[in-house]
Design a binder for this molecule. Structure first.
Ligand code: 0X9
Ligand code: ZN
Length: 425
């Protein structure tokens, strides 16, 4: 009898009668204004996280909404959508399993093993990696402490300086301004490895490093990044405590002094696009701004690495106005994106931020641009929503290689342009 009962349970499990509910990501397309309002409500009233767009304010008719729905909200959210005949499909059926996959085998391995770079790493491991990198390459990689985070974690940048030419120019790359965009820190590590391993062997990276020093900040938002590993994988902002609200964190990419907190950012500390109390109120954005201010004569090229949506953006995002060298920026972005298409068969959109995605003031790229760094880009890496922020480790290599191709293409153009400019004075 007991055996029969076990058999019965097993059979039913197989048929799915006892199926476990999972965290999921839904792609929802509201078709009318009424449906837009319902989707906005769903994203705020239920325990869900909006992946795309970044804030309910941007939800529009016929535009896809990517919504992370934890298992416990699944029935009510889907029920409500169905009741209102709102079209949706399940983008990720088992997001919880993907999350588990992303943190598997994250422990420190010898960096010689290439698979180290094809995995995501905890903050502690990244700090450890930084230390080992400067120890292993003492003549070429230097450690710079540019400040500390709200919770007093160090903000370490690496300076890659491969030769001692006088008056060398520089480029800056920051990664992980938004905590949940894990592919971004992975890219910073990828870039450093590529530079140190291929200098003198690969013509492009050699040319770049012969003409430019590279400053790399692998994790611009360490408190947020740590929080995504320990508590909430979907966290975006930093972890600063507000004195006017119980909500935590400011969006560091709305906290720079570029049309700060105008349309496209929010004064509400509970919003994902909260601009902070005042420009550079957050220690992380202040540290980056201070560093760039004091190096503005040498830094010619700025990159901020984000995900997801596959876009190469340039100023402005804080206004619909065109940047003064718009044509140059457009040409560089176009060339970089064409290379990605040619070598990796992947499509990236490109253009001025405000016209390509949305108005988003207070961003680091616009601020750097206004400081005088005339080649300034924000890179949204893979993918387009298939996995979104939960891009699996097996996709890291391609995502980073295609971004690397684009970064190198742009850096080479900047070198070319500025050398011509310098030799003609
Ligand atoms: O909204 C952002 O901050 C960026 N997109 S993300 O999905 N990674 O959050 C885009 C930033 C574009 N540049 C500026 N807003 N300045
Ligand atoms: Zn981002």
């Amino acid at each position: 009898m007991k055996t029969l009962w076990i058999l019965f349970v097993l059979l039913n499990l197989d048929k799915g009668y006892c199926t476990k509910t999972h965290d999921q990501v839904l792609s929802i397309t509201p078709k009318t204004q009424e449906q837009v309002d319902i989707v906005k409500n769903v994203s705020t009233q239920f325990e869900t996280v909006l992946w795309q767009p970044v804030s309910p304010h941007f939800i529009k008719e016929e535009n896809q909404v990517h919504l992370f729905v934890p298992a416990n909200s699944s029935t009510s959210v889907k029920g409500l959508l169905e009741k209102n005949t709102i079209t949706y499909e399940v983008l990720l059926t088992k997001a919880d399993e993907l999350m588990a996959m992303q943190t598997r085998d994250n422990s420190t391995d010898p960096r010689s093993s290439s698979s180290f770079y094809e995995r995501y790493h905890s903050l502690e491991d990244i700090y450890d990696w930084i230390n080992r990198t400067i120890q292993d390459s003492p003549n070429t990689a230097n450690l710079i402490l540019i400040g500390s985070s709200y919770e007093k974690r160090p903000l370490y940048a690496l300076k890659l300086s491969l030769n001692n030419r006088p008056n060398k120019k520089a480029m800056w790359i920051d990664c992980g301004i938004h905590a949940r965009e894990w592919i971004a820190p992975a890219f910073c590590l990828w870039f450093v490895r590529h530079a140190l391993l291929h200098y003198g062997k690969n013509q492009d990276i050699t040319n770049i490093l012969d003409n430019m020093d590279v400053y790399i900040l692998p994790v611009m938002n360490p408190d947020g990044y740590l929080y995504t590993w320990t508590t909430d994988r979907m966290w975006r902002k930093n972890r600063s405590i507000s004195n006017s609200s119980i909500c935590v964190g400011a969006d560091l990419n709305r906290n720079f002094d570029a049309n700060w907190c105008t349309v496209g950012a929010s004064h509400d500390p509970c919003s994902e696009i909260y601009c902070g109390e005042f420009p550079e109120s957050e220690p992380e954005s202040q540290a980056v701004a201070d560093f760039l201010r004091s190096h503005k004569d040498s830094v010619q090229l700025y990159f901020s690495i984000h995900s997801y949506s596959q876009m190469l953006l340039f100023p402005y995002s804080c206004t619909l106005d065109e940047a003064e060298n718009h044509k140059d920026l457009l040409e560089m972005a176009k060339e970089a994106v064409e290379k990605i298409q040619r070598y990796y068969r992947n499509n990236y959109k490109y253009g001025a931020g405000a016209r390509t995605i949305y108005l988003a003031p207070g961003g680091s790229d616009d601020w750097a641009y206004n400081l005088g760094i005339k080649y300034s880009f924000t890179f949204e890496l893979q993918d387009r929503g298939q996995y979104g922020f939960l891009l699996p480790p097996f996709r890291i290599s391609k995502a980073c290689n295609e971004a690397l191709t684009a970064v190198k293409s742009i850096a080479l153009r900047v070198i070319e342009k500025t050398q011509v400019a310098r030799s003609s004075v």
